[in-house]
Design a protein around this ligand. Structure first.
Ligand code: AMP
Ligand code: GLY
Length: 424
């Protein structure tokens, strides 16, 4: 069986790595992939959002299943395009992916489905947005409506900061078209949690709860990034809370999407804030999280291909999805300057060659030049450690992280810190 994974980040490396463990005989391809993925799959130099070229490749290579990693091709309608040509693909349609691609649409779904979320107001002109801020208490959250690689959210401590965020987004267009409409949202004070779920549009199978670290610096300081690390399972995601999230958030969202004529198939990601024990939705994503995937998939016992096929064939209700009774911690190494401007092309030394045993080095922004692996993005590597306890998994992840060197490398030294404060 031939499988193509679309994307080039740490998430896609983890997906390819997990698919490669399938007991079935698979030929794996990845477009465009990276220097780590190429040890497990044939990398094809087609960009993740070049739907026409991807479709031509899938037809000529007779690929049996395409799995979409990132949001951009989903928002562009890769699934609709492939289905029209009767090609099997894992992921939601363009209509369903709006739950991530438009924060305004996402709020509409939540309001129809009675899902708890922060109060928000949307604006497509600057003056009313600034006037609204004059009346709003602080802190307050300003969000670009569209896709901004996890960087379109500013949690503003002062009104002036919030106004600047509105101007940057709408006048300076720092997020391009994605920021021409903004949401001004009530600040929620609590602890964050990610619950992702496989769904075929009818059945929802939640994965283990994880926690991402969005701020660039130790102690959750500095600007938001795509994600600096993650751990799983997050102790705050108790069995009772995850059941509540499944019943009160995931099922209602999936059902509301179906009722609106855009049934969701693939992975639905709920980004939550737990406030006084109650889960509020901060955002939905229409795909697996990065770096959450790098800690969740290593704990999945069931063959990922079996799960994906059950989703595509609408028979998820007939599958039991099992998990290892273990923990995982992922530390992301980034380029100096990220999430701002950064340089690439820096040689990476000390890279372990395998992703076996208790640590896995998932590549994100890497490429090969000759015999050297060099940096090629903001997030460069995600090092996952596995172990019976989070302490062990964390020690494993940092042991390997410390042995990898490139100029300007940055990583947080406190990934999983919140889990330990729960034990205290
Ligand atoms: P989002 O992309 O919507 O998940 O937002 C990125 C990050 O901004 C989240 O992970 C939170 O840390 C923070 N954030 C977003 N919305 C809120 C909110 N309403 N209250 C507090 N923090 C928020
Ligand atoms: N880790 C956050 C995201 O994937 O959007």
């Amino acid at each position: 069986m031939k499988i193509l994974v679309v994307g080039s980040g740490g998430r896609e490396h983890a997906m390819v790595w997990k698919l490669a463990q399938s007991p079935r005989k698979l030929a794996l391809y990845c477009a465009p992939g990276n220097a780590g993925i190429e040890s497990l799959a044939t990398c094809v130099p087609i960009k993740a959002d070049d739907i026409t070229a991807l479709k031509t490749f899938v037809m000529s290579e007779k690929i049996d299943l395409t799995v979409v990693g990132p949001e951009a091709p989903l928002a562009l309608g890769i699934v609709d395009e492939f289905r029209q040509s009767k090609l099997k693909i894992f992921g939601p349609t363009k209509g369903a992916a709006r739950i991530e691609a438009s924060k305004v649409f996402s709020k509409e779904i939540m309001s129809r489905a009675n899902i708890l979320t922060a109060k928000a107001q949307s604006f497509d002109r600057v003056a009313p947005a600034l006037a609204y801020l004059d009346q709003h208490e602080v802190p307050v959250v300003v969000k670009a409506d569209g896709l901004a690689q996890g960087k379109g959210v500013v949690v503003a401590a002062t009104r002036e900061e919030a106004k600047q965020a509105v101007r940057d987004s709408m006048e300076q267009a720092v997020f391009g078209q994605a920021g021409q409409r903004v949401l001004i949202e009530q600040f929620l004070d609590g602890e964050e949690l990610t619950v992702m779920a496989f769904t075929d549009g009818l059945t929802v199978v939640p994965m283990l709860p994880a926690q991402d670290h969005k701020r660039v610096g130790d102690g959750d300081t500095g600007p938001n990034t795509g994600g600096m690390g993650a751990y799983c399972p997050a102790p705050i995601g108790s069995t009772a809370l995850c059941t509540q999230v499944t019943r009160q958030i995931l099922y209602p969202a999936v059902e509301a999407l179906s009722r609106m004529g855009c049934p969701f198939q693939g992975v639905l990601y709920a980004g939550l804030m737990i406030v006084n024990g109650m889960p509020y939705v901060l955002e939905f994503n229409a795909r697996m999280g990065d770096p959450e995937t790098q800690v969740v998939l290593p704990l999945l016992k069931t063959d990922l291909l079996e799960v994906m096929e059950a989703v595509v064939e609408h028979r998820l209700d007939q599958l039991t999805v099992d998990w290892h009774d273990e923990t995982a911690v992922c530390v992301v190494m980034t380029s100096e300057g990220y999430p701002g401007a950064y340089q690439t092309g820096r040689a990476i030394h000390g890279l372990p060659t395998t992703t076996e045993g208790t640590t896995m080095v998932f590549h994100a922004g890497t490429t090969r030049t000759g015999t050297e692996v060099v940096t090629a993005g903001g997030r460069v590597l995600g090092i996952t450690g596995r172990g019976k306890t989070l302490e062990v998994a964390q020690a494993e992840a940092y042991r390997v992280t410390q042995s990898i060197v490139f100029e300007g490398a940055h990583y947080r030294t406190d990934i999983a810190h919140r889990a330990f404060s729960h034990h205290a």
